[in-house]
Design a protein around this ligand. Structure first.
Ligand code: PLP
Length: 362
């Protein structure tokens, strides 16, 4: 058996930076850096320290650590706040009952492929939900703080409830007033610098916008990063990033330009999809990302009566073709799917339009 014998389909990714499809693809420069990292030995402690320094410089924070995913970055950040510098607690994070609360708004209790609450539990935190599924007030947050509270986590994501929620700025101010550290999950955001002063610990994915290998970053205040670091000999061991991953991540950060495609480039690519309006029952609209990122998507609205296909069925057939086409499918229940342009070439766009025409007979 060899690697080429695996039966894997070619995938066209019109869904965005999705973990289920391998998130992103690496440039040759990133691959070259990974090769360099993989083919040498290092004093790993030094490599962790030095790479953290460089990441902190890029993000303009006091300190930083690299890990193997944004999920483990959440768990480690929580673990740091739960134990602070108590070596006994670090060693007994899960074996002794420790009731330390991490406050989270209910509208932020998302599942990004795994529940964010699972990562808080993994870090030894008690998940204290505040507010309701459709809203939360600043006062509710404030009243939830007790002696047991060790931090607040804010999830900045398109997955979260956006309406009737306090803004990040408001929550950041409240955390400061209450002298509680704020963990800010910006794993899937495209720009980071504007968040630096709003939180004590930032959580970033190395493989989404940055397009590095599977990795994550915890960046922020020196004191809190120190607390987190102790857990590299604890639960962090199960979240270890290898030397090749560190080298790849640093190279990806070095060449990372946020907003890889300009608005105009995205719209030019998406404009091709208006051709689908020739098919009776399809309507195309261009729409900006729900959480306001510089991402534009084509919404393909499917009139089931005219096309004889529900949006759900159409996207399923696209996925099951010889080339698997993955669209962005958060709104199938209201009759449309989306095309995310970030990973698409012109050939991919043609292939998607061709496939939809094939299915609907246009
Ligand atoms: C993707 C994502 C994560 C997890 O990132 P991984 O690196 O896949 O663990 C966490 N939080 C949010 C908001 C995300 O979008």
């Amino acid at each position: 058996m060899n690697v080429n014998q695996m039966k894997l389909k070619r995938v066209i990714n019109a869904s965005g930076k999705m973990s289920i499809l391998g998130v992103s693809t690496f440039s040759n420069d990133v691959i070259e850096a990974m090769r360099e990292g993989a083919q040498h030995y290092y004093e790993m402690d030094e490599l962790y320290k030095e790479s953290g320094k460089i990441v902190a410089q890029y993000l303009n924070t006091e300190s930083a650590l690299v890990t193997n995913s944004a999920s483990s970055a959440i768990a480690l950040a929580v673990a740091g706040l739960v134990t602070k510098d108590d070596a006994y607690l670090v060693e007994h994070l899960h074996s002794d009952p420790i009731h330390k609360e991490i406050i989270i708004m209910k509208g932020h209790m998302i599942d990004y492929g795994a529940p964010v609450s699972t990562m808080i539990h993994l870090g030894g935190g008690y998940v204290k939900e505040v507010g309701y599924a459709n809203g939360c007030t600043l006062q509710q947050l404030e009243l939830a703080v007790t002696e047991q509270t060790v931090g607040i986590i804010f999830i900045q994501s398109h997955h979260c409830v956006q309406k009737n929620m306090p803004s990040l700025q408001e929550v950041s101010k409240l955390a400061q007033e209450k002298q509680l550290p704020l963990i800010l999950d910006i794993a899937a955001e495209e720009t980071f610098y504007k968040y630096t002063n709003l939180a004590n610990l930032l959580i970033i994915s190395g493989s989404k916008a940055i397009e590095g290998p599977t990795s994550g970053i915890i960046a922020g205040d020196r004191q809190y990063i120190k607390y987190v670091q102790q857990h590299y000999q604890g639960i962090g061991r199960a979240m270890k990033i290898g030397k090749e991953g560190i080298f790849g991540l640093l190279k990806a950060l070095e060449i990372y330009k946020h907003e890889q495609l300009s608005k105009q480039q995205q719209i030019t690519l998406l404009d091709h999809f208006f051709e689908l309006e020739k098919i009776s029952g399809l309507q195309v609209k261009i729409h900006q990302d729900e959480s306001g990122r510089n991402i534009f998507r084509a919404q393909i609205h499917v009139d089931e009566k005219k096309t004889k296909y529900h949006a759900q069925k159409l996207t399923k057939i696209l996925q099951e073709g010889d080339t698997a086409i993955y669209t962005r499918n958060y709104f199938l229940n209201v009759g449309y799917f989306e095309i995310d342009p970030r990973s698409l070439s012109h050939q991919d766009v043609e292939m998607i339009i061709y496939s939809i025409k094939q299915i609907l007979g246009g």
